[in-house]
Design a protein around this ligand. Sequence first.
Ligand SMILES: C[S@@+](CC[C@H](N)C(=O)[O-])C[C@H]1O[C@@H](n2cnc3c(N)ncnc32)[C@H](O)[C@@H]1O
Length: 179
Amino acid sequence: MKQRTEKMPDIAFRIMEAIFNIMDVFSPPGKRLDNFGIKKGFVVVDYGCGPGRHIKRASELAGENGKVYAVDIHELAVRSVEKKIEKYGLKNVSPGIIEGYNSGISNKSADLIYALDMFHMIRNTGEFLREFHRVLKGDGRLILEDGHQPREAARKKVNNSGLWKIVKENKEYLECIPV
Ligand SMILES: C[S@@+](CC[C@H](N)C(=O)[O-])C[C@H]1O[C@@H](n2cnc3c(N)ncnc32)[C@H](O)[C@@H]1O
């Protein structure tokens, strides 16, 4: 059975994208990725990528031998990502639709997954965190922003999954490794 997900109406997605476009003029979004430890050759997953504000920087950091999967449940996200791939010539970025919580990315293939500004939208946290666990390599890392929820709530969900150990925290995100 397909998992019910949190897909927003098209109009809401378009408004969100327009707001991001304005915000990003004042504060380039890609800069946030510089602290994630993405290395050349990494396989990176931008989970819940939205309109793909971070993919250009992720693509640069992973380099030509790396790969960036930009995945989302929303078709409009994939369309926006495709436009950015075309505009910036991002040869190592691959967009994809998530079905339920299944990203379609191979088991244990990713060095780093980041999920920004979206954890609060997730209804089935167990399935969500299990998908990351399936996709991430044993020595990989997960960067998980709280989104619009208190840190304590985010931390509790991660700990309750029994799949992740929080190894680092800062103001914006939890850094986790698989257990
Ligand atoms: C507020 S936007 C953030 C987009 C992007 N991560 C950023 O920081 O710019 C949240 C995104 O998460 C996506 N999303 C919500 N639930 C999801 C799910 N279960 N799986 C994948 N993406 C999801 C939405 O479609 C939307 O594009």
